[in-house]
Design a protein around this ligand. Sequence first.
Ligand code: 5AD
Ligand code: SF4
Length: 459
Amino acid sequence: MTHSIDTSPLPAPESAGDAPRRYFVTSFGCQMNVYDGERMGEMLAAQGMTQAQSRDEADLVILNTCHIREKAVARVYSDIGRLKREDGSKPMIAVAGCVAQAEGEEIARRARSVDIVVGPQAYHRLPQLIDQARRGETAIDTDMPVAAKFGALPGRARQQRPSAFLTVQEGCDKFCTYCVVPYTRGAEISRPYADLVGEARALVEAGVKEITLLGQNVNAWTGEDDQGRARGLEGLIEALADMTGLERIRYTTSHPNDMTDALIAAHRDIPKLMPYLHLPVQAGSDRILKAMNRSHTAASYLKLIERIRAARPDIAMSGDFIVGFPGETEADFQATLDIVRDTVYAQAFSFKYSPRPGTPAADMEDQIAPEIMDERLQRLQDLLNTQQHAFNLDTVGKRMKVLLERPGRKPGQLVGKSPWLQSVHVTQEGARIGDLIEVEIVSAGPNSLAGEPLALVAA
Ligand code: 5AD
Ligand code: SF4
């Protein structure tokens, strides 16, 4: 749906009628939003705009929003309020992402300073929406032409960092009862193999050494390879692994039910595929998993982990957890702690259940009191943090390759990633961002490691 609504007495944009020249994009939420934010920026740059250093310097601010939990949504409205400047002016404001998709024109009604509302599948039309906003209309586009979007975006620009995201799959057909994603991102679609291989090649030519394949259910990706064979995600990973210059491949996030034998085997057979897997289980009680419509049990998840570890014994497991799902008893919560103890995670994300409008769980009885959720989250995070720290400590004394990604806080220090996605701090004269260096880990904290350089492995 593309249309405009009337907005009579709005404060005039800083340069009413003028084309915005400097944009600033803030992305909230998941990595797919980060990818979308980058592509929006690249598209605006291709139109001749430049990236502002801060929101204050921008005449177009894009808030690329997340709808997954209530807190994330509240943040958008407080951010919009803060965009008004001391002299009463404001930049052109675009709300993009999943809040835009879910709330549509309601946003423009609630926050009258918003000029553009654009869903995650329609941002390739930003230039037209900007023109519409310049004419003084509020421009709203929450259409879902996913395939059209990717076709309409410009090629990938030179990348600042050696590690890039590549969205290969969007949407979700699983309908977990707590989750808004099937409504905001739509049905599962896979981008075509040839397009993805092309985009990956462009990224490598733009200096990228590591690609993380993204999707709400990335391991549900399917496509036809260049020989016309039907392939799952492992086929795409194989193609990427053949690219000279690309050193590392990762993918996130996965559903346990889409973890095929072929993908598990890829973890054994493809050295460029890093030994890290984000595989959310959400909860450990079968009763809660059923109420969540997760279509796996605690036992089937643990069996799967066993098969993955048989293929790649050193794999670092990561996951997502929700505490306080409606009806969760202390015994159910204990089952979540049990599955954490049985799996042993290297890293994990855990959240308090947040009722989302329109999802089945929001209407379930026995919503859990906030104090109980707080207390359960604390206990779960204590356990997960202990596991993460133990995993990090286990790497002390080991040698590993680190891909340097950004400057550290101390002079001369650089921060990179281990194969297991741990942050590693290193100081090595002559080393540059983008280098893959070999280090020995000398110390480990709960959130990062320190390494002593051994040699420059590849420039
Ligand atoms: N409340 C809390 N956490 C949620 N997630 C998704 N929906 C909700 C919700 N309504 C979490 C899940 C998912 C991650 C991206 O966010 O753990 O895996
Ligand atoms: Fe949401 Fe479940 Fe789909 Fe993940 S699998 S995006 S949690 S509905």
